[in-house]
Design a protein around this ligand. Structure first.
Ligand code: FAD
Ligand code: SIN
Length: 529
């Protein structure tokens, strides 16, 4: 069946914090269509626990939030991007509150908690540990009041549609039909890529689609070696790696090895509140030392009522797995959590492709450097979602952009006649995730990375299959993201932030530069300036 055609002024791909905030900004400027690939709330935003960082408390200052972010980023943050984040954040949070978002309070004042590498209590939270759900709810509610915003849920974006060097829309799978959606500007807000690893906190939707489709369209992708592994996720043979928020350590929880020994003070002066990459590596080191698959997160010294009130979701979820967090240490180990790299954008959300914008976890403005400061991601979604929306609207005005309707050019490679059964798709998906965890995970080296590189080389023909199913396309996107991470991790010959090479522990040459990747070009170093 021939694809149907739809036109709209702005196409926003993604309905998490970044996509929704961009859509709200665009609403007065024309018709906006928001796509999600699953049900409307299924996103990392929905599952965010700890909170949203913002310098709004009496004891805090924007300049201190700036310093903490730069320090966590380990020398690779784009400074002007960080300045924008911390300066524009407070206003956007107050606006969100004015739209109905409710954050926890102590008396009549907002309540702030602390997380790793923050030198102040500056994390706002909602219903204890359900902050993302509340932000998503408030944004969906606000978007519903704006008649120019419509949405297609369960609409899987297959690829971007290019017209010469310009992005003019996207081809989208909805049910079993393909729709070509043409727009004056396209905003990618597809979130992260945690599913490329077998242990991840990320929901099933996080298969790196936006990074892969932007890469296929020729966009510049940067800093893909920087993957953040969250130190504390539930370790149980019967449970998924459910997140145990860093806010628990912020409230006093400590880490102990299987012999009951507290170990973080021996690794870092900030102990349990050291930056995430440091805590993660310390846990791995203790697991190796004690020949164990986990360590323990211990809150048993904290007041029971406080724990159940402060972390109701975590308390009840662990209870489902027969773990009472108020009575016993929780077995935890790290899992892939966040990708600092992604589709290059400037501080206005413009990618290297005209007509294509990006915001949120899919994008890389350089704001997180080599290691994201906890709870800065939801804030990034708000700040850069809004900025990107603003810029996309200016772009169509300034350049007098109309809607171009043109059949997508089929890439040469996409004409393969190779076929994979559903069984093969699932098997490959599971293998690549396992290999990425074992060979390109928390600790990598030339040898381990080369093994996965060779495996990916052998799977290259899969990239040419013109899949028309969500699972098939996700597989292709996971393989693409795996390739980008592996090649970038091999290219950076040193250890910085979350990228740790056991064979090259020093920072290495060019360490202050960023790795960049563009289809058809060799990998290169890149500077934001
Ligand atoms: P998402 O919220 O992931 O939204 C992505 C959207 O894109 C979804 O609507 C999805 O359907 C859509 N999409 C994806 N691919 C396609 C496609 N092919 N076609 C159509 N639509 C598509 N950060 C914090 O700051 N504080 C926290 O406390 C915190 N806790 C976290 C806890 C967990 C368990 C996780 C997983 C992450 C946490 N993070 C936290 C990180 C943060 O939640 C995410 O980085 C952030 O929410 C990403 O927002 P986003 O809008 O970029 O993407
Ligand atoms: C957490 O609650 O530990 C997650 C916070 C984050 O990823 O920023």
């Amino acid at each position: 069946m021939a694809p149907s055609v739809k036109t709209v002024d702005f196409l926003v791909i993604g309905g998490g914090v970044a996509g929704l905030r961009a859509a709200i900004e665009l609403a007065p400027k024309g018709s906006v269509l928001v796509l999600t690939k699953d049900k409307q709330t299924e996103s990392s935003t929905e599952y965010a626990q700890g909170g949203i960082a913002v310098a709004l408390s009496d004891e805090d200052e924007v300049s201190i939030h700036y310093e903490d972010t730069i320090k966590a980023g380990d020398g690779l943050c784009r400074e002007d991007a960080v300045r924008i984040l911390v300066e524009e954040g407070p206003g956007l949070i107050l606006e969100l509150i004015s739209w109905g978002a409710e954050f926890d309070k102590e008396g009549s004042k907002l309540s702030f908690t602390r997380e790793a590498a923050h030198s102040r209590k500056r994390i706002l939270h909602s219903r204890g540990d359900a902050t993302g759900k509340e932000i998503e709810r408030a944004l969906i509610h606000k978007a519903r009041t704006l008649p120019s915003i419509s949405r297609y849920d369960f609409a899987f974006t297959l690829d971007l549609i290019m017209y010469g060097e310009r992005c003019i829309g996207a081809s989208v799978l909805r049910g079993s039909s393909v729709i070509h959606i043409f727009a004056k500007a396209v905003i990618l807000a597809t979130g992260g890529a945690g599913q490329v690893y077998s242990r991840t906190t990320n929901p099933m939707i996080a298969t790196g689609d936006g990074i892969a489709i932007a890469y296929r369209a020729g966009a510049m992708i940067i800093d893909m070696e920087f993957v953040q592994f969250h130190p504390t996720t539930l370790y149980s043979p019967t449970a998924p790696p459910f997140l145990l928020s860093e806010a628990m350590r912020g409230e006093g929880a400590v880490l102990k090895n299987i012999n009951g020994e507290r170990f973080m003070p021996g690794y870092h002066e900030m102990a349990e509140l050291a930056p995430r990459d440091a805590v993660t590596r310390a846990i791995v080191s203790e697991m190796v030392k004690t020949n164990a698959k986990h360590v323990y997160l211990d809150l048993t010294h904290l007041d029971k009522d406080f724990v159940t009130r402060r972390f109701p979701l975590i308390y009840s979820t662990c209870l489902q797995y027969n773990i009472d967090i108020t009575e016993e240490g929780v077995p935890v180990s790290p899992a892939a959590h966040y990708i600092m790299g992604g589709v290059y954008t400037n501080i206005e959300g413009e990618t290297s492709i005209k007509g294509l914008f990006a915001a949120g976890e899919v994008a890389c403005t350089g704001v997180h450097g080599a290691n994201r400061l906890a709870s800065n991601s939801l804030l990034e979604g708000l700040v850069y979602g809004a900025r990107t929306g603003k810029r996309a609207a200016i772009y169509i005005d300034e350049e007098n952009v109309g809607i171009t309707v043109a059949a997508p050019v089929q890439r040469e490679a996409a004409k393969s006649t190779l076929h994979l059964s559903n069984f093969d798709i699932e098997k490959l998906r599971s293998t690549v995730r396992q290999l990425m965890w074992n060979k390109a995970g928390i600790i990598r080296c030339e040898e381990s990375l080369s093994i996965i590189k060779k495996w990916l080389d052998r799977k290259q023909p899969v990239m040419d299959i013109p899949f028309q199913s969500r699972r098939g396309c996700e597989l292709k996107n996971l393989l693409t993201v795996a390739r980008l991470i592996t090649d970038s991790a091999l290219f950076r010959k040193g250890s910085v932030g979350a990228h740790f090479r056991s064979d090259l522990k020093d920072r290495g040459e060019n360490w202050q530069k960023h790795t960049s990747y563009q289809s058809g070009k060799p990998m290169a170093w890149f500077d934001f300036t």
